[in-house]
Design a protein around this ligand. Structure first.
Ligand code: NAI
Length: 507
C-alpha cells in the first residue's frame, strides 16, 4: 500500500481557490487554522452559534452555510455526521456547480448512501486519524498525524490531487497518508467503536471485577489496571514503537510471563463476535438501525444512558481521581499548549469513548454490595407455576398492551437451572405470552439462569450488570432488546405480584 508524504502532494492545486470550511468544531477549527497557516484561502460557513463567534474571534470571515458553499471551490463538510445529510440537501447542494470539490472527514454518509452528491463534482475524503485538538497541536509543533484519503467521485480528473493537497495543507502528509475507499474508512471506524473498543473494555472490566472479587482493594485494582495512566502511556508507546518492539520497555519477568501465558487468552469466540459485528456494519444494518433510532428521537440511546447513570464505579472513579490529585501523562507525547477551543465539547478518542462508556455502564463489586440478597430463591418446583402465572398476567396487562401498539416484537426467553422456555409477543396492541417456544420467529432471544432472571425481575440484580457480566446473554436485534427497557418496570410489577402469591415472598 502506498503511503503519501509531503513530496507526493502539491499545494498549488489549491492556490487561488476558495476553501469553505463548513462547521467550526473539533475538526473544523483545527483544519481551518492549519490550512490558513499553510498559505491557503479559507473562509468559514457556520450557523449563528458560539462556534461562529469563535471563528470570527480567530479572524475568519464567517458566512451562513449556503453562502459559504456558494463561494467555495472546495467545500469541506465538517459538521456532525448525524446532521450532515439534511444540511447538505438544504444548504450545500444548491451551491454546488460543476468542477467544485466536496471534502469529508468521515466516509459514513457517502458510504451508506445517506448523502448523494451530484455527479459533476469531485468527492474526496480527508479523514485525520487524530482528534481535532491533536490536528492543530501537532501542526503547530511541526509534526504531522496520519490520515486516510479517498476519492468517491472524480469529475475533474484531479480529485486525488485535491485530497492530497488538503492533506498537506492540514499537515498530515508530514506523517503519511493512506488511500482507502469511503466504505473502508467508515467500516474501520465503526469496527473500532463497536467491536474492538467494547471487547477491549470488557477485558478490562472483567479483570477489575475478578480482582475485586478476589479481595484486592478496589483503589489498588483501578490504579494497577488503568487509572494510573500506565495503560494509556503504554498504548502510546505501542503506537510509537509497535506491539513487539515495545516489549523491550518491560522487565524480563514481564516479557516471559506475558509471552508464556498469552496463549490462554486466544478465544475463538471473540473472533466470531467481531466478525458478527463487522457483518452488521458492512451490510448497512447498523447504519439503518441508527438512522431509524435517530428518526424516532433516540429512545434506545436514552434508555442506555439512563441505565448508565448512577453506576457506582463511575462515582467511585471520580472520588479516586480527586483523592489522587493526579493527571496521567499524555499518551502519545502530545504536549498541549492550551485548550484549542474554550470549554465546549471536548474531543475524545474512540478508545477513550468506548472505555468511558463501559466504565459508566459497568457496575463492579461495589455495586453488588448495594444489591439486596434474596430472602429466598425460587424452589425448582415453584418455577413453572410462577412463570405460568406471570405470563398469564403479562398477556392481560393494560400497560403492556399500550407498549404493543404499533410493534411487532417476539422475545424468546431460554432459562437454565431448571430449564424453561417462554415467550412474549407484542403485535399491534396485543400481547401473547406463554410457556414453551414462540409460535413464530423471535427477533430477540434472551438466555439466563432462572435465579438471574428472578433477581432482575425482583430488583436484586441490575439488568445492565447481568448483561455486562455475561449472566444475561442476548441474540438478535440489540435495538429491539433495548426497547424492552421501557416495560421493565411493568414486567417487574407483575412478576413480584405473582411471586408473592405463589411463594409468599417477593424476593
Ligand atoms: P463537531 O461536533 O465538533 O461539530 C460542531 C460544528 O457543527 C459547529 O460548527 C456547529 O455549528 C456545527 N453544527 C452542529 N449541528 C449543526 C446543524 N444542525 N446544522 C448546522 N451546523 C451544525 O464535529 P466534529 O467532531 O469536528 O466532526 C466533524 C466531522 O469530522 C465528522 O464527519 C466527523 O466524523 C469527522 N471526524 C471527527 C473527528 C474528531 O476529532 N471529533 C476525528 C476525525 C473525523
Amino acid at each position: 500500500m502506498r503511503i503519501y508524504r509531503d513530496e507526493d502532494a502539491d499545494l498549488s492545486v489549491l492556490q487561488g481557490k476558495q476553501i469553505a470550511i463548513i462547521g467550526y468544531g473539533n475538526q473544523g477549527r483545527a483544519q481551518a487554522l492549519n490550512l490558513r497557516d499553510s498559505g491557503l484561502q479559507v473562509l468559514v460557513g457556520n450557523r449563528a452559534d458560539e462556534y461562529a463567534d469563535q471563528a470570527r474571534a480567530d479572524g475568519f470571515s464567517v458566512l451562513p452555510i449556503a453562502e459559504a458553499a456558494a463561494q467555495g471551490d472546495v467545500i469541506a463538510l465538517l459538521i456532525p455526521d448525524e446532521v450532515a445529510p439534511e444540511v447538505f440537501e438544504r444548504e450545500i447542494a444548491p451551491g454546488l456547480t460543476p468542477g467544485k470539490a466536496l471534502a469529508f472527514a468521515s466516509g459514513y454518509n457517502v458510504a451508506f448512501g445517506f448523502l448523494q452528491p451530484p455527479p459533476e463534482v469531485d468527492v474526496v475524503l480527508v479523514a485525520p486519524r487524530m482528534i481535532g485538538t491533536g490536528v492543530r497541536d501537532l501542526y503547530l509543533a511541526g509534526k504531522g498525524f496520519p490520515s486516510f484519503i479517498g476519492v468517491a467521485q472524480d469529475a475533474t480528473g484531479r480529485a486525488r490531487d485535491v485530497a492530497l493537497a488538503l492533506a498537506k495543507g492540514i499537515g498530515s502528509t508530514r506523517a503519511g497518508v493512506v488511500e482507502v475507499t469511503f466504505a473502508q474508512e467508515a467500516e474501520l471506524d465503526l469496527f473500532t467503536e463497536q467491536c474492538f473498543g467494547p471487547a477491549f473494555g470488557h477485558v478490562l472490566t472483567t479483570a477489575v471485577d475478578l480482582l475485586i472479587e478476589e479481595g484486592y482493594p478496589p483503589e489498588a485494582v483501578l490504579l494497577e489496571l488503568y487509572m494510573s495512566g500506565e495503560l494509556a502511556y503504554t498504548l502510546g508507546k505501542i503506537a510509537e514503537m509497535g506491539l513487539v518492539e515495545q516489549t523491550a520497555l518491560h522487565s524480563r519477568t514481564s516479557q516471559y510471563g506475558s509471552l508464556s501465558r498469552g496463549m490462554r487468552f486466544l478465544l475463538p469466540e471473540l473472533r466470531e463476535r467481531m466478525r458478527e459485528g463487522l457483518e452488521e456494519i458492512r451490510s448497512g444494518k447498523f447504519a439503518q438501525e441508527w438512522a431509524a433510532e435517530q428518526a424516532a428521537g433516540c429512545p434506545t440511546l436514552e434508555a442506555l444512558r439512563q441505565a448508565a447513570r448512577g453506576q457506582p464505579l463511575y462515582r467511585w472513579e471520580q472520588q479516586l481521581r480527586q483523592a489522587l490529585a493526579y493527571t496521567p501523562p499524555p499518551a502519545v507525547g502530545l504536549v498541549r499548549e492550551r485548550p484549542a477551543v474554550p470549554p465546549r465539547k471536548a474531543g475524545v478518542g474512540k478508545l477513550d469513548r468506548a472505555l468511558a462508556w463501559l466504565r459508566r455502564l459497568w457496575a463492579p463489586r461495589l455495586g453488588r454490595q448495594e444489591v439486596l440478597q434474596p430472602a429466598r430463591s425460587l424452589r425448582p418446583e415453584e418455577v413453572s407455576a410462577v412463570f405460568r402465572a406471570f405470563l398469564d398476567r403479562v398477556s392481560r396487562d393494560e400497560a403492556l398492551r399500550a407498549f404493543a401498539q404499533g410493534r411487532d416484537l417476539t422475545v424468546h426467553y431460554v432459562l437454565e437451572e431448571p430449564s424453561l422456555e417462554f415467550y412474549m409477543r407484542f403485535t399491534d396492541g396485543q400481547v401473547a405470552a406463554g410457556l414453551g417456544a414462540p409460535p413464530g420467529p423471535a427477533q430477540v432471544r434472551l438466555r439466563a439462569r432462572v435465579d438471574v432472571l428472578d433477581g432482575m425481575l425482583t430488583g436484586r440484580i441490575p439488568a445492565m450488570r447481568a448483561a455486562m457480566t455475561g449472566q444475561l446473554r442476548f441474540e438478535g436485534e440489540a435495538r429491539l432488546a433495548m426497547s424492552l427497557q421501557a416495560v421493565q418496570g411493568d414486567l417487574s410489577r407483575l412478576y413480584q405480584e405473582v411471586r408473592r402469591e405463589v411463594t409468599g415472598v417477593v424476593r
